[in-house]
Design a protein around this ligand. Structure first.
Ligand code: ATP
Ligand code: MG
Length: 430
């Protein structure tokens, strides 16, 4: 992508409304624009990252056997009256009427609707297990939308719902998803701690929240210090052993009844990026779902549900990866793989060299943002640092004479003078 043809509205001043780094940087890097409290336009750079995050989530779920659907953002309120949750969500749920005076709501979550889909088709335990997920916009009329996409009113969520013939099977799926979640976040360069959580308005019997540890996190989490040792690579443990370690969300942590010694306990701030629930038959029972069971009796299916805050993840990734100059994207979610800076656009040699590098990188399957504008060098460097692409390739008139470029690693800040061939050889992406 040539910057001269792109839409990248960078902001130099620090936006006064932004209290935390990720919000500030997303505004300054031209990723999002607020249109109303907690409601954003996703500008091209932000949309690229959002789509990469979405792709990782979908890819891991597909590999795990989950099947993608897409439910509408609008729902009739009847389903919520059936489940008994119509009143439970209160003012957080946005309700309105269509021209025929029928009440609709903007989905804050979709348990009711997926149960309605399920009961419309599935008649026998033989069709189970089945796990259906979507990645769709949600609306919750939060009292205090804040911190940019971290706590929006409109936000993108991955919500997955599984159906099972018995409790054992649903619990097995629960722990499978627990592992899948760790893999999803790891692929985005995030370390997460899974803590036991209350089930809240969603309901059910067993739940974990997944937190990215960050000082700006809105939740308090408590966990065994062995998690820190694991993260730092000081010890290794099997997944089974890890699951047994103490880790609790604020509401679940009772200091007097805590099973581990005080000196082994860590308290930290966390950003909740996902939550998994074993629901039991709360929704299937309330909504009267029965299917044929294995011994001829009708059964009520057991359910699980699993959410990920796709748009909130961008904030969490930035909170975990930035410095004074801007964002530092993990390669897997970077909006472009590299930035190419032409220090003298219009100079025949620089232009020709940049064009050939751009073509060669494209040949390798790399997505490059080429700054071909005539802005001054300082502005170009600052802009590239701000948007945080993993690599910067700098082409200036002196180097162009000798076929040399500078390669900068955004994360380490390390710079290398390399021949064009040597620079190209460092990128092996197919
Ligand atoms: P929170 O406790 O942060 O309000 P929640 O527990 O109510 O979130 P869930 O119902 O578990 O949210 O939704 C699944 C995921 O959606 C959450 O783990 C979170 O990552 C994301 N999410 C929830 N509310 C918001 C919001 N207002 N803005 C952005 N993401 C959100
Ligand atoms: Mg939650």
């Amino acid at each position: 992508m040539r910057l001269s043809q792109y839409f990248l509205p960078l902001i130099k001043e620090t936006p006064s409304e932004a209290q935390i780094a990720s919000h500030r940087l997303m505004l300054r890097a031209g990723m999002i624009r607020q249109q109303a409290a907690g409601i954003y336009t996703w500008l091209p750079l932000g949309l690229r990252v959002l789509q990469k995050v979405e792709h990782i989530v979908a890819d891991e779920l597909n590999k795990a056997g989950c099947v993608r659907v897409l439910m509408p953002t609008l729902q009739p309120t009847e389903l919520w009256k059936e489940s008994g949750r119509y009143d439970a969500l209160g003012k957080e749920m946005l309700r309105f009427k269509d021209r025929a005076d029928r009440e609709l709501l903007y989905s804050p979550t979709n348990e009711e609707m997926i149960v309605d889909v399920f009961r419309g088709y599935v008649k026998s335990y033989k069709s189970l297990p089945i796990s259906l997920y979507q990645i769709q916009w949600k609306f919750r009329d939060e009292v205090r939308p804040r911190f940019g996409v971290m706590r929006g009113r409109e936000f993108l969520m991955k919500d997955d719902y599984s159906f099972h013939a018995n409790v054992d099977d649903a619990v097995r799926e629960y722990w499978k998803m627990y592992d899948v979640y760790h893999a999803i976040f790891k692929r985005m360069g995030l370390q997460t701690v899974a803590v036991r959580a209350e089930t809240g308005a969603i309901g059910g019997d067993l739940s974990h929240e997944f937190h990215v540890l960050a000082e700006t996190g809105e939740s308090a989490v408590y966990y065994d210090k062995k998690f820190d040792d694991l993260r730092e690579g000081k010890i290794t443990m099997t997944g089974d052993e890890q699951r047994k370690l103490y880790a609790a969300a604020d509401e679940m942590h009772k200091p007097d009844a805590c099973p581990i010694a005080k000196e082994d306990l860590r308290e930290a701030r966390g950003i909740e990026v996902g939550q998994v629930f074993f629901l039991g038959n709360k929704y299937s029972k309330a909504m009267g779902v029965t299917i044929a069971g294995p011994d001829g009796q009708n059964i009520t299916p057991e359910m699980g549900c699993y959410g990920i805050g796709v748009s909130r993840l961008l904030g969490a990734i930035i909170e975990a990866g930035h410095d004074d100059n801007g964002i530092i994207w993990p390669a897997a979610v970077a909006p472009f793989d590299a930035g190419l800076i032409n220090l003298r656009s219009g100079d025949a040699k620089c232009d020709a060299l940049c064009d050939s590098i751009y073509a060669a990188l494209a040949q390798k399957g790399m997505d490059v943002l080429y700054d071909d504008t005539d802005e001054r060098a300082g502005g170009k460097f600052a802009g590239m640092d701000l948007i945080g692409l993993p690599w910067q390739i700098v082409v200036g008139p002196k180097g162009a004479e000798k076929n040399m470029v500078e390669l900068k690693n955004r994360k380490t800040g390390e710079k290398q003078e390399l021949s064009v061939e040597a620079m190209l050889a460092t990128f092996t992406k197919a």
